[in-house]
Write a protein that binds this ligand. Structure first.
Ligand code: AMP
Ligand code: MG
Length: 326
């Protein structure tokens, strides 16, 4: 009997000590690469639990993609784009809240961030090297104005006050997905985790006594890293003109659009924003990219809790004041 108990105690100890480890997994979602990494140390059946955590993150990212992708005909976003130009559409509270946050950032940024950019944005196809001609851009510009998106909280509806408006959440949805996944891991008891989707990364805690190191891609050398930042409990989002683009007659046409011109924003080549909220840093990186160095940096300096790293057209790196003091 005594021997048995001893064996059980040894086994218990053994499973507990070896079960503490890092897990990581990468997968494709939202047209980009996603990654999750976390520390698990308090479960006997650690392997299956780790698998469950990974599934939790994967399922959540796919769920958000299915609801918010403009490329999926059955997504809630596509439904809104098809109908809201002519009638009020009842939407889920999740989409309502994300639209509300998008509208807040549009107002704050004086329209540099504007989900109705898509009224012209859908006419670009970077893989096929297609762009709208000047006449099409000018006609579409009439439908680019975030104020045409009317949200009514009472009935949870959205309506466009112009029939040609299209919206797209590509500038904010990945950050939102990262935020949701981190929250799920946190609720499950995880204390150290990294979740990323494309250029959006969210961190839960540190890397057990050390910071996480998050790289910012070199904008003109694919496999190189421009800077590596030590971060804990923060989120960071990078917007770059190298993600989706084609070059025609020496001009780079890429996926971040200046809502005022309907053309790609070309004042800078890369913008990273650091702050607590993954959703906001995502939207703010797109915002500052459109605004460019001077206006963008001034905008971030006025926002408490957010820092910026901007790489300009000469590939010079500029950092906001909060980062200079560190
Ligand atoms: P990000 O990679 O986070 O900078 O987001 C780029 C994505 O944001 C694009 O692929 C578009 O889906 C969307 N987008 C482009 N221009 C704008 C804009 N001016 N305001 C809001 N979203 C935009
Ligand atoms: Mg963004």
């Amino acid at each position: 009997m005594f021997k048995r108990m001893k064996l059980a105690a040894v086994l218990f100890f053994f499973t507990h000590t070896v079960s503490a480890e890092w897990f990581s997994h990468s997968f494709e979602v939202m047209g980009t690469q996603a990654h999750v990494e976390f520390w698990l140390d308090d479960s006997v059946e650690v392997k299956s639990t780790a698998k469950q955590m990974i599934l939790l993150v994967q399922d959540e990212m796919h769920r958000i993609d299915h609801a918010m992708s403009p490329y999926k005909k059955t997504s809630e976003l596509s439904l809104v784009n098809n109908k809201a130009g002519t009638e009020s559409v009842v939407i889920t509270s999740e989409l309502f809240e994300l639209l509300t946050e998008s509208q807040k950032i549009a107002e704050l940024s004086e329209g540099a961030f504007d989900i109705t950019y898509a009224s012209v944005g859908y006419q670009y196809d970077y893989r096929k090297k297609q762009k709208p001609d000047q006449a099409s851009i000018e006609s579409a510009l009439k439908a680019i104005d975030y104020r045409t998106v009317i949200l009514e909280r009472k009935n949870s509806t959205v309506r466009f006050s112009h029939p040609d408006v299209k919206i797209d959440l590509g500038g904010i949805a990945k950050g939102y997905a990262v935020k949701q996944c981190l929250e799920l891991l946190k609720v499950a008891g995880i204390k150290h985790a990294l979740v990323s989707a494309g250029g959006d990364t969210g961190l839960l805690g540190d890397r057990r006594g050390r910071p996480w190191y998050v790289g910012i891609k070199h904008p003109r050398a694919e496999e190189k890293t421009a800077v590596k930042l030590p971060l804990s409990n923060e989120s960071i989002s990078t917007s770059g003109d190298y993600e989706r683009y084609f070059i025609e007659d020496g001009v780079r046409y890429h996926h971040i659009i200046n809502p005022k011109t309907g053309d790609s924003a070309r004042k800078v080549v890369s913008v990273s924003i650091i702050g607590k909220d993954p959703t906001y840093v995502d939207a703010l990186s797109t915002t500052v990219f459109v605004k460019g160095l001077q206006e963008g940096m001034a905008f971030i300096e006025k926002l408490p809790g957010y820092e910026a790293i901007i790489i300009d057209n000469q590939q010079t790196l500029h950092v906001s004041k909060g980062l200079q003091q560190q």
